[in-house]
Ligand binder design. Structure first.
Ligand code: ADP
Length: 247
């Protein structure tokens, strides 16, 4: 579905993504994980075409992004960021309706799609008339997800979508998100720095270190067959943190 070939991206002197080659399989959830600053968000922004690589290619469904009609391609991708990225001066309904309205959808078609999605993301329908600052963090992320799903894109990209939420709300939304991914059978790329979240969502885990892929494998393989000392240490550090929190 998405193929990165020898992709490099440098900001000033920082090589955020360093010669990454990676395949994202259709219908699977791929989780990008790694320490802060290892290039997770940059990789996601390269996939959605918000930034261009200095070298290498990103291809979606076989067509290199550079050659594609970016606008048409963006409509095939839903994007959710940590704080939701909603326009604060528009109501939740206006936020989710913005793009389909721009594309000329009828009001009836927009309303039908909204009805389907409030059910899917479990948002009380009356919250749609509220502006984002008045929504709870969890509701904001549910609205962002609705907005990302309005055009029913085959690819969903989520950058730390649960990162800003309280633990209980986070757990609720985690459960709902996984159900939604499974129900819709989308190709999902999700960024997190939390290994448990990665294990919970990921069919495939891509562990990054300083802009490079340290290991790309199912979660179990990271535990049982770490590709390097770094992978082993990263997994153990997060596991001991979790068990310390459990005690
Ligand atoms: P992560 O998402 O893993 O925390 P990022 O992809 O955000 O990491 O960043 C990777 C590296 O690139 C970091 O060192 C970050 O400071 C740098 N970086 C990212 N975006 C920019 C930018 N727009 N300008 C300058 N440096 C950037």
């Amino acid at each position: 579905m998405v193929t990165l070939r020898n992709v490099t991206k440098t900001f000033d002197t920082t090589r955020a993504v360093d010669d990454v080659s990676l395949g994202i399989t259709e219908g699977e959830t791929t989780v990008l994980i790694g320490p802060s600053g290892c290039g997770k968000s940059t990789l996601l922004r390269l996939i959605i075409g918000l930034i261009q690589p200095d070298a290498g290619t990103v291809a979606v469904d076989g067509s290199p992004l550079a050659d594609s009609d970016m606008r048409a391609l963006r409509h095939r991708m839903g994007y959710v960021i940590q704080e939701g990225g909603l326009f604060p001066h528009l109501s939740a309904r206006e936020n989710v309706a913005l793009l389909p309205r721009h594309l000329g959808w009828s009001t009836q078609r927009i309303e039908e799609r909204i009805r389907t999605l409030v059910d899917l993301v479990q948002l009380p329908a009356e919250r749609l008339s509220v502006h984002p600052p008045q929504l709870s963090g969890g509701q904001r992320q549910r609205v962002s997800l609705m907005r990302a799903l309005m055009l029913d894109p085959p690819l969903l990209l989520l950058d730390e979508p649960l990162g800003a939420l309280d633990p209980l709300i986070r757990a609720d939304l985690q459960t709902d998100l996984r159900r939604i991914f499974q129900t819709l059978n989308k190709t999902v790329v999700l960024v997190t720095h939390n290994l448990h979240e990665a294990a919970y969502f990921g069919d495939q885990i891509v562990l990054l270190r300083a802009g490079r892929v340290a290991q790309h494998a199912p979660f179990r393989a990271l535990l049982d067959d770490p590709a390097s000392r770094f992978v082993f240490d990263f997994v153990q550090a997060q596991r001991s943190l979790a068990s310390a929190l459990d005690t």
